[in-house]
Ligand binder design. Sequence first.
Ligand SMILES: CC(C)(COP(=O)(O)OP(=O)(O)OC[C@H]1O[C@@H](n2cnc3c(N)ncnc32)[C@H](O)[C@@H]1OP(=O)(O)O)[C@@H](O)C(=O)NCCC(=O)NCCS
Length: 294
Amino acid sequence: MIINMSPNFRTMASSSGDMIRMRFLNPSDLDVVRRLCQEWFPVRYPDAWYETIVNNHNQRFCSLVATINDEIVALLVTEIRSYQNLNYEDFGFLAKHFEHYDNIQVAYILTLGVVKRLRRRGIATLLVKNLIQNLQTISTLKNDCKAIYLHVLTTNMYAIRFYEKLQFQRYKLLPLYYSINDCSYDGYSYVYYLNDGHPSSWWLPLINPKYHLLIVRNSLRSITIQTYYQCDHILQSFSLLSSLITRWPLKFLRKIFDTILCRHRCSLFKLHDDHYHYINNHYYDEQKNHLYVC
Ligand SMILES: CC(C)(COP(=O)(O)OP(=O)(O)OC[C@H]1O[C@@H](n2cnc3c(N)ncnc32)[C@H](O)[C@@H]1OP(=O)(O)O)[C@@H](O)C(=O)NCCC(=O)NCCS
């Protein structure tokens, strides 16, 4: 329920009845924001990052805090990015025709967190709804900003439930996207469309011959791998000697199939590990010889 509204702050009641004041982030919030982010997230951000978001000199950020009695209890940091300059793994969640305009923007949620003792009271919902409202009304954004997107660890079920409840749509699986304490973890990207932003029609890929080729190629590869594992399984029940004699040609055959089927995939960029490539919406792990389909 909105009680009071001004261009820079609003006072609202959360679902539990707490009186919450919302305002934009400012430079005096630096220390609190750093402490809260260290509490909430396993990822460590450099000091320069905190300074950039609180100072917001180039007006790229749209960052909101929720306060109760002047104490910051939640934070939502969003960066406005040009759609055309997004990283390869993110680009593509808007319909093709948006790619022809260089003014199209999207909002990227860098950080969202609520202090532990006040979770499940609707505070994060208020912040995100407030952001959506801002993006739909701020004159410089309401025509050009077509979506909000974010990344989340695949294991962060609370956050995933939260975004899905707010109608964010899962866009992609990003294997090994996060690097935390030298270990890699999978992530998802999620998108919320607004201001007439929308994804490509579901049927569009069906008239694209490349899409059919991809399906045939992947089906062939998956059949080969399945057959290989089935045969391998059967052979394990034979004696060691006979299995050595028969398994080797099988492995060799699979290698040939893999080479043929993967040869046309050019590696477009490397993710965190050198052996790891993102190719045509698929991730190919050269070392494990594993293909992840997104
Ligand atoms: C994710 C987070 C921001 C949610 O904040 P919140 O204020 O508790 O969320 P809300 O109260 O607005 O929740 C709205 C809905 O999200 C879902 N949800 C949120 N937290 C949940 C939880 N712990 N378990 C299950 N569902 C949850 C529920 O559907 C909830 O609606 P309901 O309470 O009516 O069932 C908060 O848990 C948090 O700060 N987590 C740590 C930081 C983090 O992981 N941030 C996300 C990074 S991408």
